[in-house]
Ligand binder design. Sequence first.
Ligand SMILES: *[C@@H]1O[C@H](CO)[C@@H](O)[C@H](O)[C@H]1NC(C)=O
Ligand SMILES: *[C@@H]1O[C@H](CO)[C@@H](O)[C@H](O)[C@H]1NC(C)=O
Ligand SMILES: *[C@@H]1O[C@H](CO)[C@@H](O)[C@H](O)[C@H]1NC(C)=O
Ligand SMILES: *[C@@H]1O[C@H](CO)[C@@H](O)[C@H](O)[C@H]1NC(C)=O
Length: 178
Amino acid sequence: MRTIFILLGFFHIWVTLKLTYNEAIVFKFTNAVCESYNESWFVYHKCRLKAVSRNKTTLNLNGTVLHPAYDIGLHAQIFKKANGYKPWVVKAELDICRFVKRAYNPVAKIVFNLFKEFSNFNHSCPYVGPQIVNGFYLRSNYLPHSIPTGDYLLSMTWLFDKRPQFSTKIYFIFTEDL
Ligand SMILES: *[C@@H]1O[C@H](CO)[C@@H](O)[C@H](O)[C@H]1NC(C)=O
Ligand SMILES: *[C@@H]1O[C@H](CO)[C@@H](O)[C@H](O)[C@H]1NC(C)=O
Ligand SMILES: *[C@@H]1O[C@H](CO)[C@@H](O)[C@H](O)[C@H]1NC(C)=O
Ligand SMILES: *[C@@H]1O[C@H](CO)[C@@H](O)[C@H](O)[C@H]1NC(C)=O
């Protein structure tokens, strides 16, 4: 579990250095790529970005867990683009069932709070049926001031019973126009 603290440290900076609204900052999704490795357990119906305005792009996901999942793991890693995407923070691992029961890491809780209003993810295990993220966008009042301008990829692999079932790759940009 030590690796998660590195990723969460990043989010900690993100939330503690909460900036006042700055129109010159662009922080938004640029692409989303979803893949199921086991369509007898998880299927995607939708994985799409929608450009709402110049500085706002929403992420919309719809998938179905076909059989109840009681043991859910998340492997996450952030990459930064520089001649291809290079690992930018060390890989993190989270036990989702443990986390939703009791948000055991306060920083992960803050991150979850950022998007839970756009999803139906906040309930205890098992997870079964529709999994929805609707209209999620990156908000400028949570800007990661310490992040250099660039293109990023948040790569997530979801595991049921310790085996990879599907992945969600989310690309975003952070640009500070000084
Ligand atoms: C794929 O899903 C099926 C149905 O739920 C499950 O029985 C099987 O173990 C899964 N395969 C892997 C490799 O996880
Ligand atoms: C998600 O996709 C399923 C299957 O296509 C559909 O029945 C359902 O209405 C969709 N839900 C939302 C919220 O888009
Ligand atoms: C999930 O929602 C419940 C009720 O709104 C809330 O008490 C709980 O703290 C939430 N869990 C997380 C992990 O945010
Ligand atoms: C986008 O810019 C408009 C005004 O230019 C502002 O009202 C809005 O809050 C911004 N949205 C985001 C997500 O930063």
